[in-house]
Design a binder for this molecule. Structure first.
Ligand code: S3P
Length: 429
């Protein structure tokens, strides 16, 4: 088990680029594989989660050439995947497991998906149940709610699904199944979750319509391979935004970050807390909006966070908790129950770590209340096997009284293998 130690910083300064967006990187492999013709991907995130997706499609007969810079995917067409000869291992990646399950439900073959001990403990019924209504035949542990999942490909029929959760993984799994279903498949959700699947499906020529509060796909239409440039991941940029905000005298410019409106909850929340954040040179890359983000250290104050913004900032809550801990007054996070079923229970994990760091945290079933302090206490903290908990606590180390050590940091490689190098580069001591 590896640990990593961060010492307090004088300031955080520099100009950086963060690696490619994880969600878009997953989808580029999936759609590239089932499209006709080649898809060339630039800026692909080489994190373990995305490599799990890449390996799964290679195991289903897709050729992907990687020259270290770009990926070239030789698309097989909608019905060109072949039966994998072994179990597909999704590692720690919920996106791989849930989206691939949707895509495999309508294939003409049998497949089995598994993952690491964290992923095997995450709820899968949220995709199995609607896919079952489409005619899919999927089996799993715990009455079908836990991986390993066994999928017997079936012919599917479109459904009109009203999702009880704002989840891009649920929405995308159903849409991908919908590509193989007869008729129309509609998904509506309580709040808008990230829409990268919708955007990329349209970019690849799918028969798709975005509705108020949902999306509709018509099955049977072939997709066409495209060139994709993946923007920087705003979820990775968030660690550096918060680092610059909480260490006085800091200024950081993060280049080429994706600012899809379904992902910019972090910007809205931090700005509402008093953050100095500017978006420069806003432009578009392969159907996704992008900007350079300039952040200067700011005196933050507590706010109440809930409602629509929650799915728009869902992966940023661990690092938002770090920002809230050093803000003046109280921050209330509510309607964020989904945090309990991420890579770990992120409410419990952050509450435990922040309390240890001297912060007063009151946990609720769907969120928490954080009362700001001046500085964190140094010491040893746990990642709970979750990359975003690990990185958040290392950012906290920049604004602590003493060194912060985080144990079990291997998980950082799932989404941001270069994180500690980059953090070391911008921290001025
Ligand atoms: C993702 C959707 C979100 C997010 C995850 C990536 C995606 O999960 O937390 O990191 O790529 O679709 P949910 O759909 O479960 O909210």
């Amino acid at each position: 088990m590896q640990s990593y130690t961060v010492a307090p910083a004088q300031s955080v300064r520099g100009e950086i680029a963060v690696p490619g967006d994880k969600s878009i990187s997953h989808r580029s492999i999936m759609l590239g594989s089932i499209a006709r013709g080649a898809t060339v991907v630039r800026g692909f995130l080489r994190g373990e989660d995305n490599i799990s997706t890449l390996n799964a499609f290679r195991a289903m007969g897709v050729t992907v050439d990687d020259d270290g810079e770009t990926l070239r995917i030789e698309g097989k067409g909608l019905h060109g995947l072949s039966e994998p000869s072994d179990v597909l291992d999704c590692g720690n990646s919920g996106t791989s497991m849930r989206l691939i399950t949707g895509l495999l439900a309508g294939q003409r073959f049998f497949s089995v998906l598994t993952g690491d001990r964290y992923l095997r403990n995450r709820p899968m019924k949220r995709v199995i149940e609607p896919l079952g209504r489409m005619g899919a035949s999927i089996f799993g542990r715990a009455g079908g709610d836990r991986a390993p999942l066994a999928i017997v490909g079936k012919s599917l029929t479109g459904i009109d699904y009203v999702s009880p959760v704002a989840s891009a993984q649920v929405k995308s799994a159903i849409m991908l199944a919908g590509l193989y279903a007869s008729g129309e498949t509609t998904v509506t959700e309580p709040h808008l979750s990230r829409d990268h699947s919708e955007r990329m499906l349209r970019y690849f020529g799918a028969d798709i319509e975005v509705l108020a509060g949902g999306v509709k796909v018509r099955g049977g239409r072939e997709l066409h391979g495209r060139d994709i440039t993946v923007p920087g991941d705003i979820s990775s940029a968030a660690f550096f935004m918060v680092a610059a905000l909480i260490v006085p005298g800091s200024e950081i410019l993060i280049r080429r970050v994706g600012i899809n409106p379904a992902r910019t909850g972090i910007l809205d929340i931090l700005i509402a807390m008093g953050a100095s954040i500017e978006l420069l040179d806003c432009r578009e890359l392969s159907g996704e909006p992008v900007a350079d983000i300039l952040v200067r250290s700011s005196r933050l104050h507590g706010i109440e966070i809930g409602g629509d913004v929650v799915p728009r900032a869902i992966d940023e809550f661990p690092v938002l908790c770090v920002a809230a801990s050093l803000a003046e007054g109280r921050t209330i996070i509510k309607e964020a129950k989904e945090l309990r079923v991420k890579e770990t229970d992120r409410i419990a994990a952050m509450a435990a770590n922040l309390r240890k760091a001297g912060v007063t945290v009151v946990e609720a079933e769907d969120g928490m209340e954080i009362s700001g302090v001046e500085r964190f206490m140094g010491g040893e903290y746990d990642s709970f096997g979750d990359h975003r908990i690990a990185m958040s606590m290392l950012v906290a180390g920049l604004a602590a009284e003493g060194d912060i050590t985080v144990n079990d940091v291997e998980c950082i490689a799932t989404s941001f293998p270069s994180f500690t190098d980059l953090l070391g580069r911008v921290a001025v001591r």
